[in-house]
Write a protein that binds this ligand. Structure first.
Ligand SMILES: CC(C)(COP(=O)(O)OP(=O)(O)OC[C@H]1O[C@@H](n2cnc3c(N)ncnc32)[C@H](O)[C@@H]1O)[C@@H](O)C(=O)NCCC(=O)NCCS
Ligand SMILES: Nc1ncnc2c1ncn2[C@@H]1O[C@H](COP(=O)(O)OP(=O)(O)OP(=O)(O)O)[C@@H](O)[C@H]1O
Length: 195
């Protein structure tokens, strides 16, 4: 069984993932996979440098993630171009990693589970949910980004209400990390019974 974990930027996917990993569950993180497919030497990185120019690379030849983030969240056309290149590669690598899991069930954590065809890889959808104001507050604190930058990323993602509609299970992450751990432990017991 594969559980798709989603939620907007800063909603708490990584925090939830840590709780599941502590319980022995394999978590594949689409953001981590997205980094793997653009490592130096990969064809995708060369294509990104051809398209955006060498200014999108660091002096060491790696992807300048902050520079690309600034470009794609201020220009929808460029974001679509990047997604068309990377999403098929990300999906292939996710599928490969999921097939190697030996855990009782696995989790695919992805901010774009519902926006991409990644949702077809999962059996259930778990949404980690917070009000947009808290999402912005936690992201600004974590990433040291401006409120406007975070808002432009949120605008590129599906709405809170659409995620709630598509969810089989919802974790409301407005409490403490301890409350989150308890909620994950409860869901874990439910999932084990479903296998
Ligand atoms: C633009 C990039 C280089 C910025 O890298 P950075 O290290 O600053 O951020 P990171 O990758 O950790 O992403 C942070 C968050 O941004 C949001 N985000 C990232 N890409 C997208 C996107 N295409 N659309 C909407 N939100 C996105 C997600 O909430 C994600 O969790 C990177 O996010 C990227 O390569 N994005 C395109 C690939 C993609 O769509 N990844 C999402 C997982 S499938
Ligand atoms: N219940 C909580 N109480 C306090 N802080 C929290 C809680 N849950 C998450 N956080 C903090 O909020 C920030 C965002 O959480 P997290 O990184 O897990 O979100 P995410 O959904 O993985 O984000 P992204 O989409 O950017 O990958 C982090 O700094 C995290 O430590």
């Amino acid at each position: 069984m594969i559980i798709g974990l989603t939620g907007g930027i800063g909603s708490g996917k990584s925090a939830v993932s840590v709780c599941f990993e502590t319980l022995g569950i394999t978590v594949i993180d689409a953001d981590v996979v997205a980094r793997e497919v653009v490592e130096p030497g990969c064809l995708a990185l060369n294509m990104i440098a051809d398209h955006f120019g060498d200014g999108i690379l660091t002096t060491e030849g790696a992807l300048d993630r902050a520079a690309l983030r600034a470009v794609i969240f201020s220009d929808e056309g460029e974001r679509k171009w990047l997604e068309a290149l990377l999403h098929p590669l990300i999906r292939n690598e996710i599928t490969r990693q999921l097939s190697q899991s030996n855990a009782p069930y696995s989790i695919l954590s992805s901010p774009l589970l519902l926006e991409t065809d990644q949702h077809s890889l999962v059996d259930r959808i778990l949404v980690v949910d917070v009000p947009v104001e808290l999402q912005i507050e936690r992201t600004v604190q974590r990433d040291n980004n401006s409120i406007d930058q975070v808002k432009s990323i949120i605008n590129a993602q599906s709405s809170r209400s659409l995620k709630q509609q598509k969810a089989d299970d919802i974790i409301l992450n407005t409490g403490t990390i301890e409350a989150l751990e308890k909620e994950v432990a409860r869901l874990h017991q439910r999932y084990l019974k479903m296998i």
